[in-house]
Write a protein that binds this ligand. Structure first.
Ligand code: AFP
Length: 314
């Protein structure tokens, strides 16, 4: 793995690991820039202003000062990377075009600080990133060339895939990311469930599916942060996260480009699955940057069971 003398494979840093993955130098560079940006985001999370920004995002939601700052950190880093043509962010109203020439470039869709409303009560939050070759991001997530999330918890960890398995890196005392888990795999079925959305707004099909999970002895594990909730399920290889269609919001809450596609890519890479109830998340063609979707994501058999309940085949 190209280690320095005296290092074990678990001291391998992110850049060195990426260089051994047989991917383009531009993609290595982009992933390293994302990792670098996260060091400034965690600094903002730890010490930044907890107030509101007085502005709203693409979805008309009130932005926190931390949302705006994290977005600027990410955007600046990507803009100056030299390998990014288009940038889409949950916190920006419009696509930011860095260059009109997409030749050899990537487009990046990200949520700079998912779960930002949890920072004031000191819960874990994260950055979620999806990477596309060329200029077009309104295409099925399956065409992404990579996905990353960075979890800001008691430790800072980075989980990524470029279609060659899923790896976790953890920030050390020198603020370097070193390899902590490799080739992460999920079990076929699990016993953790993380259900989002008001239960009284669940449809009868979703209510029956939840009862099924409870009857099979699944344990409730829900933090209100998509990144820590998925991280638990992915790294333990166990469980399902759902945020279904609700009676008053048939598209659910979570955003296809900024949240679901990158997580679905990582979970599928680890042998899990993600569906909107009928179609794999990664096969959905986004109708727009702001598209939301219901989601069931986690262990393969648990996701398949959700599909059966929703389609009346239970
Ligand atoms: P915010 O970014 O608005 O805090 O929302 C976080 C989030 O999109 C995702 O991280 C959670 O899984 C989900 O919302 C939680 O939603 P509920 O508060 O409705 O459970």
């Amino acid at each position: 793995m190209g280690k320095e003398p005296g290092t074990t494979k678990f001291q391998v840093d992110f850049r060195r690991h990426l260089r051994d993955q047989n991917i383009s130098g531009n993609l290595v560079h982009l992933l390293c820039e994302i990792a670098e940006a996260s060091k400034y985001v965690i600094n903002a999370v730890r010490t930044g202003d907890l107030g509101v920004a007085g502005t709203s995002n693409l979805y008309g939601e009130e932005q926190l000062a931390l949302d705006v700052l994290s977005d600027r950190i990410m955007r600046k880093r990507l803009m100056h990377s030299g390998v990014v043509c288009n940038i889409a962010s949950e916190e920006m109203d419009e696509i930011f075009q860095v260059t009109s020439n997409p030749q050899g470039m990537f487009s990046v869709a990200y949520d700079p600080l998912d779960g930002s409303s949890l920072v004031d009560v000191n819960l874990a939050v994260g950055t979620i990133v999806g990477i596309y070759q060329g200029a077009d991001m309104l295409q099925p997530g399956r065409r992404m060339v990579g996905a990353v999330y960075i979890l800001y918890g008691p430790r800072v960890s980075l989980v990524y895939s470029v279609g060659k398995g899923v790896y976790e890196f953890t920030m050390n005392q020198l603020m370097e990311f070193t390899l902590t888990r490799e080739d992460i795999r999920m079990k076929p079925s699990g016993n953790i469930y993380a259900p989002g959305g008001l239960r009284k707004k669940y449809t009868p099909e979703n209510e029956r599916y939840l009862r099924y999970l409870e009857d099979k002895g699944a344990k409730l594990r829900y933090s209100g942060g998509f990144v820590p909730d998925i991280n638990q399920i992915l790294l333990k290889g166990n469980g399902i996260f759902l945020y279904p269609a609700l009676t008053d919001t048939p598209q659910g809450k979570l955003r296809l480009l900024f949240e679901l596609n990158p997580m679905a890519y990582l979970v599928e890479q680890a042998g899990g699955a993600a569906t909107d109830g009928t179609t794999p998340i990664l096969d959905l063609t986004p109708g727009g940057y702001d598209q939301r979707s219901p989601v069931y994501i986690g262990c393969r058999d648990d996701v398949e069971k959700a599909r059966e309940f929703l389609n009346g085949n239970d």
